[in-house]
Design a protein around this ligand. Structure first.
Ligand code: SF4
Ligand code: SF4
Ligand code: SF4
Length: 286
C-alpha cells in the first residue's frame, strides 16, 4: 500500500502521556489511493468526477485522494492503487510522463474519448499537423507537438477503458466501486440500439430517415440523442463488434455523400478501431 509523505512532528510530553490511550483505539485500515491525471483534454471527464456531488463524498470516504489537481492541491507521492487518466498523448513530454504514471499505478483506467481513442484532437492524425499549427498559432515555431494524438493504450498497458465524451458519471462511479472491490465493472459494450429498444425509443433512422451512428456506438449515455429525436453521432465510441461498413451503406441509401459519411465517422472517436477504417475508406483524397 502506498505511503503518504508525512511531516515529522516532534512528540510533546502530552502526546507521550496519551500513548497508552491511543494504543487501545482500533487501527484504521489504510485507504486505497486514487490519482487522477490529465493529458491533452478539455477537463470535462475530470469534471464528471467532481459533479458526482453527494456520491463523491462516499467515494472520498472509501479512498485517499492522492493526486487530483481539479479537486485539491494536496499531493501524495506514489505508488498509487488506482490511477484515472484523462486525455491523449500529443507531446514527447507526455509520452514519457505516462510511462512513469504506469510504473507507479497498480491499476490504470483511462476515461473519455481523448484517453481511449485520441479524442477530437485526433483529427490531426488524418492531416498535416504543420498546416494546423500554422493556421492556429501566430508563432508556430514555439509549438512542440507530435504528429499524432493517440490513446493511452498505444503507449502503456491499460486495465480498463471507460468511453464517452464526456464519460457518464454513473458509469465512472461503477468503475471506481468495482475496481476497489476487485470485480469487473458492469459496463455494457452493446450498441445504442439496444438502449432504444429497452427504453421504447422510436428509431429516428427508420421513422424519419435521420442518420444515426447508434448501431455501431457503445451504450452508456442514457440513450440521450435518440430519446430527444436526434441521431447518435458516436461520442461513446465503437460498440463491441461494430459493422460500420454496413451502416455506411445504409447512410448512402439515406442520401449522404462520401464526404458526409467520412466526417460522420470522423469526430470524437475518429482514431478508434471500428470508426477509423470507415472514414478512411470514404476519404475522397485516397
Ligand atoms: S473525452 Fe470529451 S469531455 Fe472528456 S476530456 Fe476529452 S474532450 Fe473533454
Ligand atoms: S435511433 Fe439510432 S440508436 Fe436508436 S434504434 Fe435507431 S439506429 Fe439504433
Ligand atoms: S446518443 Fe450517441 S452522441 Fe448522443 S450522447 Fe449518446 S453516445 Fe453520445
Amino acid at each position: 500500500m502506498p505511503t503518504a509523505k508525512k511531516k515529522t512532528v516532534k512528540k510533546s510530553s502530552k502526546a507521550k502521556k496519551s500513548k497508552a490511550v491511543r494504543k487501545v483505539q482500533p487501527k484504521h485500515k489504510v485507504k486505497p489511493t486514487l490519482a487522477v491525471w490529465k493529458f491533452a483534454s478539455c477537463d470535462g471527464c475530470q469534471l464528471s468526477l467532481l459533479s458526482c456531488e453527494d456520491e463523491l463524498l462516499d467515494v472520498v470516504g472509501g479512498i485517499e485522494l492522492a493526486y487530483f489537481l481539479e479537486a485539491t492541491s494536496a499531493m501524495i507521492d506514489g505508488p498509487y492503487d488506482v490511477s484515472l487518466v484523462e486525455g491523449s498523448i500529443t507531446t514527447e513530454f507526455d509520452a514519457k510522463r505516462i510511462l512513469k504514471i504506469r510504473e507507479q499505478s497498480k491499476i490504470l483506467i483511462t476515461i473519455g474519448a481523448c484517453a481511449t481513442a485520441g479524442g477530437i484532437q485526433g483529427l490531426k492524425n488524418f492531416a498535416n499537423v504543420n498546416d494546423y499549427i500554422k493556421a492556429v498559432y501566430a508563432r508556430p515555431e514555439y509549438i512542440s507537438t507530435l504528429k499524432t494524438s493517440m490513446p493511452i493504450k498505444d503507449y502503456v498497458d491499460v486495465d480498463f477503458e471507460l468511453r464517452g465524451c464526456p464519460i457518464d458519471k454513473g458509469q465512472l462511479l461503477e468503475v471506481i466501486n468495482a475496481t476497489l472491490n476487485g470485480r469487473v465493472p458492469a459496463i455494457p459494450h452493446y450498441s445504442q440500439c439496444v438502449e432504444c429498444k429497452k427504453n421504447g425509443t422510436v428509431c429516428v433512422m427508420v421513422a424519419k430517415g435521420t442518420p444515426c451512428l447508434g448501431p455501431v456506438t457503445q451504450a452508456g449515455c442514457g440513450n440521450l440523442c435518440p430519446s430527444t429525436d436526434r441521431g447518435c453521432y458516436g461520442c461513446f465510441g465503437p460498440s463491441e463488434l461494430p459493422n460500420g461498413f454496413s451502416l455506411a451503406k445504409q447512410f448512402e441509401k439515406l442520401g449522404m455523400n462520401k464526404k458526409e459519411i467520412r466526417d460522420f465517422f470522423r469526430s470524437y472517436n475518429a482514431s478508434a478501431g471500428g470508426f477509423r477504417e470507415i472514414s478512411e475508406a470514404y476519404d475522397l483524397k485516397k
